[in-house]
Write a protein that binds this ligand. Structure first.
Ligand code: COA
Length: 170
């Protein structure tokens, strides 16, 4: 599976991605608005663990964003369970040097379309912390709507923030 964007691709993780993954993921500005399970600092061992875990993933829901086969970011869907199983939670990050060019907006649009047409989801949801207006803008540009704000739901780097819930329906 490969989705082609303008100058980038979205594809499953492959052995060999570890070095470029570590290089670009190891940035406190990248991890600042992600869950603590995204390591910071991001070591080569973290990258090896991530890639090894995901090679051959079925169904494929975690993807590398690549430029000329080098990892430039990541985007993924976490399927919810039980009565929520038709919903997936979207997450994404991009290497800092590429911010502000519309890349993630295009990636979110591509993956959302794929999730609806190929993976059977009927709702894609995303959580954005209050100090991340760029990510809110990405979701809005990709057709997501803000459905609510969970006040003081998040603590990241010892700062308490609200969680903004966005979603798009099939
Ligand atoms: C959030 C992130 C994915 C955005 O990627 P990107 O490719 O730069 O996004 P785009 O260029 O498609 O769109 C960014 C939009 O946010 C806007 N923006 C950037 N900083 C902003 C700010 N401080 N306040 C308001 N809007 C802002 C940009 O102007 C742009 O909107 P526009 O096209 O209307 O001008 C990227 O910054 C990133 O990887 N951050 C770290 C990880 C992260 O936060 N992931 C999301 C977790 S919910």
């Amino acid at each position: 599976m490969e989705l082609m964007g303008t100058g980038f691709a979205i594809r499953g993780w492959k052995l060999g991605d570890e070095v470029s993954l570590q290089k670009h993921a190891d940035n406190p500005k990248v991890s600042a608005c992600l869950m603590d399970r995204f390591p910071s600092p991001y070591t080569i061992q973290d990258a090896i663990f991530w890639v090894n875990n995901l090679v051959g993933q079925d169904p494929l829901v975690n993807f590398a964003i690549t430029i000329n086969e080098e990892v430039a970011g990541g985007i993924g869907l976490e399927p919810r369970q039980d009565v929520y199983r038709k919903t997936a939670i979207l997450g994404y990050w991009l290497r800092e040097e590429l911010w502000g060019r519309g890349m993630m907006t295009e990636a979110v649009k591509l993956l959302t379309g794929y999730a609806f047409t190929q993976l059977g989801f009927i709702r894609i949801q995303a959580s954005v912390y209050s100090k991340n207006p760029a990510s809110m803008r990405v979701l809005e540009k990709a057709g997501y709507q803000k459905e609510g704000v969970l006040r003081n739901a998040v603590i990241k780097n010892e700062v308490v923030m609200d969680e903004h819930i966005y979603a798009v329906l099939k």
